[in-house]
Design a protein around this ligand. Structure first.
Ligand code: ADP
Ligand code: GN1
Ligand code: MG
Length: 380
């Protein structure tokens, strides 16, 4: 059966499966994630409006949703325990994602179309941002992702499944792009000539972090792997990074992947899908704030080689996402959600413009890292 079109009745049915109490008031699509279908729903519980998030998982992207949900449940439990030790009283439930179990105690419900659903408590008084406007937001987001890595440091890697194999295998992403260009299944390659040329000219960048890892210079850790800025919730009034969300790709990875994706999503003043790539640039002050935030929370466990490759990580993740968007454009927009023609091509162009800007400023950004590192090492 085909994926069901969302209606209030479908959301009410989901609410019953997760045993949500009270009366359904309203609900609808929520957020700007590219992968899952996210819905916010509001229930009246004895006179109080209580919100929840339902998510219908993308079965094209996640081939084994039951195992994925085992990971998510493990990570939620682990972080909730850690947060309980440190969070201010009264704020514990907002600082880690909390799953609502389904009526049969599993962490998911499967609808009659075969789609998997999960439900979270809504993290209130906080927001996600697609584009950030202040250095405080950058610093807080990076600090929160660093804390998240630190919280997972003692979770045995063997406890987690690999939800998407080779997720950050950039050389493989490069090869997939080449294959898509050769196949040109949708006859779109001719429209992406300059982007393909740019991608092919940067091939050596793809190997940088994977080679350092293979040489034993940077370790695998449990990482988030999808640290775009709208995957962390910032407190509405204080701006503090309160809760890391979107746990589908938490698995062994490199710390630098997480830092690199923050650079990709926080340094540009333009949206990821901006149509005019001339608006894209890497803002040094945002980069500095990210480095400050991340080194404040992750600096104590990052080794020398990791600290020396923060700028490389930003370039790599920006490149990798450009490759992925371009591949999806050539393949007919089958992976990322799109809302218009050429959406993935526009996204690819912003990534490549950002990579150029990072390359142009590489030596000054490296100096920023050195100065942040020496000022924060005194505090470690
Ligand atoms: P995707 O994998 O599609 O990116 P996300 O898990 O990132 O899905 O969720 C999409 C958006 O929904 C987030 O960017 C955030 O704005 C919102 N969201 C997700 N979970 C919660 C939550 N527990 N509380 C509040 N908002 C949430
Ligand atoms: C997707 O799920 P979301 O929208 O937070 C993607 C990331 C990409 C990002 C690009 C599981 O992130 O890897 O970097 O889009 N997530 C998955 O915006 O593929
Ligand atoms: Mg997301």
């Amino acid at each position: 059966m085909n994926r069901r079109t969302w209606t209030n009745d479908l959301l009410i049915e989901a609410g019953r499966q997760f045993d949500l109490r009270g009366e359904f008031l309203e609900g609808g699509p929520y957020g700007t994630g590219h992968i899952n279908d996210t819905f916010a729903v509001v229930y009246d519980q004895a006179g109080t409006r209580v919100r929840y998030i339902h998510q219908r998982l993308n079965s094209n992207v996640f081939k084994d949703p039951a195992r994925l949900m085992e990971n998510v449940r493990r990570v939620c439990r682990h972080t909730a325990r850690k947060v309980a030790e440190t969070a201010p009283p009264g704020d514990v439930s907002r600082r880690a994602l909390n799953l609502v179990p389904a009526a049969d105690a599993r962490p998911y419900w499967v609808d009659d179309a075969g789609d998997y659903w999960r439900t979270y408590f809504f993290v209130e008084k906080a927001a996600t941002h697609d584009v950030i406007t202040s250095t405080e937001q950058a610093r807080e987001a990076a600090r929160a992702f660093g804390i998240f890595q630190a919280m997972l440091a003692d979770l045995p890697a063997g406890d987690l499944h690999e939800t998407i194999p080779d997720f950050h295998n950039t050389p493989r992403r490069f090869k997939t792009l080449k294959d898509a260009a050769d196949a040109d299944a949708c006859g779109r390659a001719a429209r992406a000539g300059p982007e393909l040329e740019f991608a092919f000219s940067r091939e050596p960048l793809a190997n940088t972090l994977i080679d350092l890892h293979a040489a034993g210079k940077i370790p695998a850790r449990i990482t988030h792997n999808d640290t775009k800025l709208n995957n962390v919730m910032l407190d509405e009034s204080t701006g503090e990074g309160v809760c890391v969300i979107d746990l589908d790709t938490v698995m062994p990875g490199l710390s630098l992947y997480d830092f690199g994706d923050m650079v990709r999503t926080a340094t540009s003043p333009a949206a990821e899908d901006e149509r005019d790539p001339s608006k894209v640039r890497a803002r040094p002050e945002m980069f500095e704030a990210l480095a400050r935030g991340f080194l404040a929370s992750a600096g104590s466990f990052l080794n020398e080689t990791e600290r020396a490759h923060l700028v490389t990580a930003g370039k790599l993740l920006t490149f990798e996402n450009g490759l992925r968007f371009l591949t999806d454009f050539l393949s007919g927009d089958v992976y990322f959600k799109t809302a218009r023609d050429d959406h993935n091509l526009d996204r690819c162009r912003t990534q490549f413009a950002l990579l150029r800007s990072l390359e142009d400023q590489e030596s000054s950004f490296d100096k920023i890292v050195d100065s942040v590192d020496s000022s924060s090492s005194g505090k470690r």
